[in-house]
Design a protein around this ligand. Structure first.
Ligand SMILES: [Fe+2]
Length: 246
């Protein structure tokens, strides 16, 4: 899937018009639109790689996120505490896995296509709620990255806010009590499977899921200077290489 297919029925020109206007908008899609991008087996495989030290799974808890890792193990730098994570997932905690732009070749091709369209650098963060009513972050804003968010399975409910002039520049997240003081609700969005949301940098948002498990792709992308080296996502056809010498 390339960027043009991702945003259908919108065209790149239509997308860019809203993008350049800093608009938050949704592109509704068929419920199966993103089905083939990832499988539950692929997610299960990365979740079980407890020694994946550059991107351990993070649990969404108390309105933020947290690593559960064991350090000072003789045979590795650190490893995830998988028994703790298993329990937290069963207790309705959502989780996030960053840097998954190479989880399979289809995802790699999509993320690379986004990079080429914008001449930006892009990544993929997986947000997953394995059980209904999973935990979510407090209202927050992400900077400097733009965001394309894909609802792959299940639904999410989004609240988008405007912020008041009294909001300190260095504040990125607000508790529920602080929302009243600094934020005004701008819109409420229900994302269903197949929907895409675009959100400009600096947009305050809060996401919740309720009635079913969900899988979401959060694709941050931002401008980088020309010297920035983009990620090398060359596909290594291991099986083909191996079998060619049998
Ligand atoms: Fe966010």
């Amino acid at each position: 899937m390339k960027f043009e297919d991702l945003i259908k029925p919108k065209t790149t020109v239509e997308f860019m018009e809203k993008f350049n206007n800093s608009e938050t908008f949704v592109i509704k899609g068929n419920k199966n639109k993103f089905n083939k991008l990832i499988t539950l087996e692929e997610i299960e495989s990365v979740v079980n790689n407890g020694c994946n030290f550059s991107t351990p799974l993070e649990i969404i808890i108390d309105g933020g996120r947290k690593f559960y890792v064991e350090k000072n193990i003789p045979w590795t730098q650190f490893a995830t505490k998988k028994s703790v994570i298993k329990q937290l997932l069963e207790k309705k905690h959502s989780f996030l896995m960053r840097n998954q732009s190479q989880i399979n070749s289809k995802v790699s091709a999509l993320i690379t296509s986004i990079e080429k369209t914008f001449n930006f650098s892009a990544d993929l963060h997986l947000y997953i709620s394995p059980v209904v009513s999973g935990s979510g972050y407090n209202a927050h804003r992400d900077r400097p990255q733009h965001k394309i968010y894909l609802q792959v399975m299940g639904k999410t409910n989004w609240t988008i806010f405007n912020y008041n002039n009294n909001l300190p520049e260095n504040v990125h997240a607000l508790s529920e009590e602080e929302e009243v003081k600094y934020l005004n609700k701008l819109m409420s969005i229900e994302l269903e499977p197949g929907d895409l949301l675009y959100m400009p940098p600096d947009t305050f948002h809060k996401v919740r899921n309720y009635n079913e498990p969900r899988i979401s792709f959060s694709i941050p992308f931002n401008k980088v200077d020309d010297k920035f080296k983009k990620m090398d996502r060359t596909y290594i056809p291991f099986k083909k290489i191996f079998e060619s010498n049998l």
